[in-house]
Design a protein around this ligand. Structure first.
Ligand code: ADP
Ligand code: ASP
Ligand code: MG
Length: 403
């Protein structure tokens, strides 16, 4: 079998842990498999490198940023390969470029445009274990790009797809996908299986256990993902992320996500005329700003208030875009003290009353709901940031997820 394994930041967080990963990889090889390993940078490393850059510049050039942060993953890939070779295994480390990963030029959140599997296939044919530095590729100019935070998950899924691997395993510091972040609610339960769509909603609504774009790609390529713990040997069945029809139990709600890294932008008294929203949201889209919830009230006196949310990391860019609208509105305000809680489940498609339970729960806890958005399988609410964890625990109980 061809097995793709990805080890996250905590799993390669120090030298002992890299040795532990080497042992796990060796075991998989001993069992008769071909193995391609994808590694993240040591935990905290990417943030440290980003801090170094901001020491010199408030807005570092993105091309240089990518070159800088891609180094974290190179360190761990080389170290893991060294450890494996020392144990007598035939291993080779590769950067994103060496692994044939091409991307667009959207620095710091590039999209993979293609993977040439030949270099990896050649090494596999020679019986080598391949250790790929995650999170990176190159654009058509040959510049290093990175794939967005948590992007090693994407590298793993893309490689599993390109090599047509039999298994794609994501090893992390939890032993699977839980009904909510177990750090917030210790009563959270591990799920045996979850559908791509549910995982995608949980991930894009803040559950950082899987990068959302990696789930999107897995669905597109039909790659099953098994999320497991890198610290457990026994009782480590993990969670399978797969197609909806493979998920037997159609539960109403499968999980709750919390995202505290959003900002609410309110444009008061914006000129109320056809085309103004098109202009506003096109300008944000041109800058690749990820707008999530949007609300516009009923206008009067040819003026309306428009509210939307953007990721905290895109706040500065958003402010730049919004300059264009300053003299066409009365006031623009930014609130970083918000949290978005989301309830996700495919069972919602055929059930009403799910939203009512959410609103009742917020009312009982005396939490004010500032914004609401829904999709077929999700309800999201924006609330005051300080009630984020409380809301997660209350909703987790209200939907019986601890049972
Ligand atoms: P890695 O470094 O391995 O990529 P991450 O830190 O990116 O790991 O993701 C793992 C973390 O995701 C867990 O430690 C956990 O706190 C968090 N998490 C958030 N939501 C969930 C969830 N629903 N199930 C499991 N873990 C979750
Ligand atoms: N090291 C990168 C990050 O911290 C990518 C990853 O860990 O997946 O975002
Ligand atoms: Mg991650």
């Amino acid at each position: 079998m061809l097995v793709v394994q990805k080890y996250g930041g905590t799993s390669v967080g120090d030298l002992d842990r890299i040795q532990n990963v080497a042992n796990k990889v060796a075991k998989t090889v001993d069992a008769g498999n071909d193995v391609v390993v994808i590694v993240s940078a040591m935990s905290g490393e990417t943030n440290k490198l980003l801090d170094y850059a901001t020491h010199f510049s408030k807005k570092p050039p993105q091309r240089e940023l990518d070159l800088l942060v891609s180094s974290g993953e190179r360190v761990t890939s080389a170290l893991l390969s060294i450890a494996l070779q020392e144990m007598g295994y035939n291993a080779t480390a590769m950067t994103g470029r060496q692994a044939g990963i091409k991307t667009d030029s959207n620095h710091t959140k590039a999209r993979i445009s293609s993977i040439d599997p030949t270099p990896m296939q050649n090494e596999l044919q020679k019986g080598k274990i391949i250790v790929v530095a995650g999170f990176q590729g190159i654009n058509e100019n040959g510049d290093v790009t990175t794939l967005g935070r948590g992007g090693s998950d994407l590298t793993a899924v893309a490689i599993a797809g390109a090599l047509n691997a039999d298994v794609c395993e994501i090893y992390t510091d939890v032993d699977g996908i839980y009904t909510t972040d177990p750090r917030i609610e210790p009563k959270a339960k591990r799920l045996d299986r979850i559908s791509y769509d549910e995982m995608l909603e949980l991930a894009s609504m803040g559950a950082k256990v899987m990068q959302s774009r990696s789930v999107e790609l897995a669905k597109k390529l039909n790659v099953d993902i098994l999320v497991k713990s890198s610290f457990k040997d026994e009782d480590n069945n993990g969670t399978l992320i797969t197609r909806e029809e493979n998920v037997m139990e159609k539960v109403l709600v499968s999980g709750i996500a919390l995202d505290k890294n959003q900002v609410r932008v309110t444009v008061f008294g914006l000129e109320d005329k056809p085309g103004i929203n098109a202009e506003l949201f096109n300008k944000l889209a041109d800058k690749n700003i990820n707008v999530d919830m949007i609300i516009q009230n009923v206008g009067h006196d040819n003026k309306a208030n428009v509210t939307f949310t953007v990721p905290e990391t895109e706040l500065e860019l958003t402010k730049e875009v919004m300059k264009d609208f300053e003299n066409r509105s009365e006031e623009i305000s930014y609130d970083e003290n918000i949290a978005k809680v989301s309830i996700v489940g495919v069972g919602m498609k055929s059930h009403s009353g799910v939203a009512a339970t959410a609103f009742d729960t917020m009312a009982k806890e005396n939490i004010n709901i500032q914004m609401i958005s829904t999709s077929e399988i999700k309800i999201s609410m924006v609330i005051d940031e300080k009630y984020g964890e409380l809301a997660v625990r209350a909703l987790h109980e209200a939907y019986g997820l601890d049972k």
